[in-house]
Design a protein around this ligand. Sequence first.
Ligand SMILES: Nc1ncnc2c1ncn2[C@@H]1O[C@H](COP(=O)(O)OP(=O)(O)OP(=O)(O)O)[C@@H](O)[C@H]1O
Length: 248
Amino acid sequence: MMVKKATDLLSRVRRHIPDGVRPAFTTPQEWHQWQLEQGRQRSLALARENQAMKMQRTFKRSGIRELHINCSFDNYLVECEGQALALARARKYADEFEGNIASFVFSGKPGTGKNHLAAAICNALLLHGKSVLIITVADIMSAMKGTFSEGAETTEERLIEDLSRVDLLVIDEIGVQTESRYEKVIINQIVDRRSSSKRPTGMLTNLNINEMNQLLGERVMDRMRLGNSLWVIFNWDSHRSRVTGKEY
Ligand SMILES: Nc1ncnc2c1ncn2[C@@H]1O[C@H](COP(=O)(O)OP(=O)(O)OP(=O)(O)O)[C@@H](O)[C@H]1O
């Protein structure tokens, strides 16, 4: 009876579908499958939203900092070959993100757009429903240390787990302060856990490859090289003196 009703309804709906439009389902069975899939997608979206809100509470902000919220591939100015290459590679990284385990390192001089292009990647991924977080080493550490205080809402373990579940985590300012052994251990655990659950990590740094190896150790850097990973060197002049804060 149910199937007959659904078949009648479908044939009535079909009469109103313009030529050339392919319906998402044509039989009651396909309709049922379609509804199941919609339900699955809704619960995934809800889980992502919950995760984003949790991160927002923990770090008291959304995944991308205010200064970089409007950064896109389109508003990244290209005035030299290096910038053109960095832009093309960042865009390709975002395009090929789905199902890819490749991490990236943007290394080079200050003010050259490492955060800009990382935020552009994250903004592109957000549009595709991915969860993202760009966070400095210092912010990770202060959140970790916060878990030791009395009445803390979360534990160090849970925080590492949260940071490991974000689809793309970008760790900024690696090497800005003299990293302690504790920081090295935490970064190690985050990258390790992310790579074993096939989630890539981005790193932004002023250090070169040797300095990164020395600071974080071969183990972490080896995981950063999984898959078709990306290492981009930003070696042109800083753009910072030209930022007015009103451009986008
Ligand atoms: N090519 C560019 N086109 C447009 N804006 C740019 C470009 N490069 C940098 N900017 C802007 O300049 C500012 C500084 O850039 P960004 O924060 O990305 O630098 P960074 O390389 O991450 O520097 P640091 O190593 O000091 O953190 C940002 O507001 C960014 O949007």
